[in-house]
Design a protein around this ligand. Structure first.
Ligand code: 5GP
Ligand code: ZN
Length: 117
């Protein structure tokens, strides 16, 4: 079995008590264990793809679905009025820690402007 933690959580193969917000045959969405904002949800494909640098043309629909799931979760968490942030961290310089692609949905507070990072 894969040792990848997000393969396990997304496919419900771990004893993780993460709260799930969405699931279909391709995608899971669950709370980040170390939230950086009042709403911090990870949208994660069930299939193992290490980084955004690895995606190919045939992944385009999956990535689009991940963004669509994020936008629906933002709406259901009442983030549409004030807004939110969607982030893919990519490899070391991008701050990626877990090598299984995941889209961060962050909201519920004022986030820093990009040029402050
Ligand atoms: P990255 O820095 O790779 O973009 O983000 C990884 C995120 O995964 C971090 O925000 C971290 O808090 C979260 N994370 C790491 N391990 C676990 C885990 O076991 N469960 C959950 N729910 N989130 C995790
Ligand atoms: Zn994985």
């Amino acid at each position: 079995m894969s040792e990848c933690i997000f393969c396990k959580i997304a496919n419900r193969l771990s004893g993780s008590d993460a709260e799930y917000h969405f699931e279909d045959d391709q995608i899971s969405a669950f709370d980040d264990i170390n939230p950086q904002a009042p709403i911090h949800i990870l949208i994660v494909p069930k299939r193992h793809i290490p980084t955004i640098a690895d995606i190919v043309d045939s992944d385009t629909e999956l990535l689009g679905r991940m963004v669509r799931v994020a936008s629906e979760l933002a709406k259901s968490h009442h983030l549409n009025e004030n807004g939110y942030r969607l982030v893919f961290n990519v490899k070391d310089h991008g701050g990626q820690v877990v090598d299984h692609i995941h889209l961060h949905l962050l909201g519920g507070r004022q986030l820093g402007k990009m040029n402050n990072n």
